[in-house]
Write a protein that binds this ligand. Structure first.
Ligand code: NAD
Length: 434
């Protein structure tokens, strides 16, 4: 099949690479000339485990091409996949639809044969109708259908999730469009559940799923607060809960709050959509507020550990919103660092992938360590803010000699509490009191 992908970000690029690997002819279109030039010259523009190798292979085979020209991408395509951003609107906090609507308008003139326009971006319910109207207005004779094809991949596991999704959901309002999507996903037949539903149901499934997962994280974080007071251990509690198949063990890691480009914006968009149509979603509203507060509470916990220390120096391990990615959008680590800076702390931070992206936001307000070991130098406390498991291999016994005070706030529960105590650390972690 001929596939055009509009937007080559964290969703568009792995999706393009994945479909190209099945032998489809994929053209990725992006407005960002720098991105397209880099991709055309074989350089990846984001970090995803395993992506580079497959990207180089399919691009080398001529199956994956990149362009800034909507015409070159869309003309002749069987399926056009929209994967542009839908960030929170700066004033209303609703999903900002300008990129979707602009892309629909720009692609419309190049629909010359029957084409399915599939929306992978996370969009408010009813967006399919709007996109349809925009395309009709800009190309009244176009033969096309718009379907909702929400994306559920997890950053850091984008390729793995592309090849083995839990399910594929498609919202198509007619059988002809559904057939095209079945053909697109033919390699997944018998391997994954394909669900065809109404377009508006499909748009809702994406928000309903993300809001549920965000609530699950917020729930375990509140349970961690309880464990700290009651003398229980959240890791043991989560293990015991997760063995119940009705609950499942995913998204039960207590930590500094959820972040990333999806959960904060999607919970907010869901709450505002519900408000607009008069449905009360109090659980989601509480989750949003609770999660915002949690990041500040976590920063305060770190500051408590250096109370009375003059010009405290904080060594930060991790800036990405989670491990396996270079993405710092709405990262709890970044928000905690911003709060620590506001309170006058000096920060030296290390991340395996996200330092460049963090630098674009924080500039020279903090130091960026070349190695994780470097953040221990002269530090009054080490704050573990991203769950890179590699941190666990650091030689704490020798690194502690570099510190001014031996303290650690392990907000990802990576280190072994008894080992840290043995090394003489004042050590705190989530959901456990000592
Ligand atoms: P992103 O910001 O990484 O990438 C979006 C890309 O679209 C950018 O490169 C931008 O230049 C490009 N773009 C914008 N307007 C364009 C236009 N008119 N023509 C061509 N290119 C254009 O975004 P992302 O993280 O990949 O997310 C895309 C969508 O997928 C969002 O709606 C998001 O909520 C959803 N989603 C994201 C994830 C995730 O893990 N990041 C997971 C599931 C769903």
């Amino acid at each position: 099949m001929k596939i055009a992908i509009i937007g080559t970000g964290y969703v568009g690029l792995p999706t393009g690479v994945g479909f190209a690997s099945f032998g489809n002819d994929v053209v990725c279109v992006d407005k960002d000339e720098n991105k397209i030039h880099a991709l055309q010259s074989g350089k990846l523009t984001l970090y995803e485990d395993g992506l580079e190798e497959l990207f180089l292979k399919v691009a080398g085979d001529g199956k994956l091409k990149f362009t800034t020209s909507m015409k070159d991408g869309v003309q002749g395509a069987d399926v056009v996949i929209l994967a542009v951003g839908t960030p929170p609107h700066p004033e209303t906090n609703e999903a900002d639809m300008r990129y979707i609507y602009a892309a629909a308008q720009e692609l419309a003139p190049f629909l010359k044969k029957y084409t399915v326009v599939a929306n992978k971006s996370t969009v408010p319910v009813g967006t399919g109708d709007e996109v349809e109207k925009i395309i009709k207005k800009n190309n009244p004779t176009a033969d096309f259908d718009v379907v909702s094809l929400p994306e559920f991949l997890r950053e850091g596991y984008a390729l793995a999730d592309f090849f083995a999704p839990d399910r594929v959901v498609c919202g198509a309002n007619n059988a002809k469009a559904a057939e095209v999507i079945k053909k697109l996903y033919a390699p997944f037949e018998g391997k994954t559940q394909m669900l065809f539903v109404k377009r508006k149901s499909s748009e809702t499934i994406k928000y309903a799923s993300n809001a549920f997962l965000a609530m699950k994280i917020h729930y375990i974080n509140e349970m961690a607060n309880f464990c700290e007071k009651a003398g229980a251990d959240i890791d043991e509690v989560a293990l015991g809960m997760g063995l119940d198949k009705r609950i499942g063990n995913k998204f039960l890691n207590a930590g500094p709050g959820y972040g990333g480009s999806c959960f904060p914006k999607d919970t907010m968009a869901m709450a505002l959509m519900a408000q607009k149509c008069g449905a009360n979603m109090s659980l989601i509203k509480q989750t949003i507020e609770g999660n915002k507060a949690r990041k500040l509470q976590m920063a305060e916990r770190i500051l408590d550990m250096v109370k009375g220390v003059e010009n405290p120096k904080i060594g930060v391990l991790g800036l990405a919103f989670k491990n396996g990615t270079d993405d710092v959008r709405q990262s709890p680590a970044m928000e905690i660092v911003a709060h620590l800076l506001e309170k006058g702390a000096k920060i030296n931070a290390f991340d395996y992938q996200a330092s460049d992206n963090a630098k674009n936001i924080l500039g020279d307000k903090i130091e960026y360590a070349r190695l994780p070991e470097d953040v221990f130098e002269g530090a009054d406390v080490i704050a573990v803010l991203t769950e890179w498991q590699e941190f666990n291999t650091l030689n704490i016994q020798s690194l502690k000699q570099k510190m001014r005070h031996k303290k650690m706030a392990d907000l990802r529960n990576i280190f072994d509490a008894s080992q840290m105590k043995k090394e003489g650390f004042e050590y705190i972690r989530i959901g456990q009191s000592f």
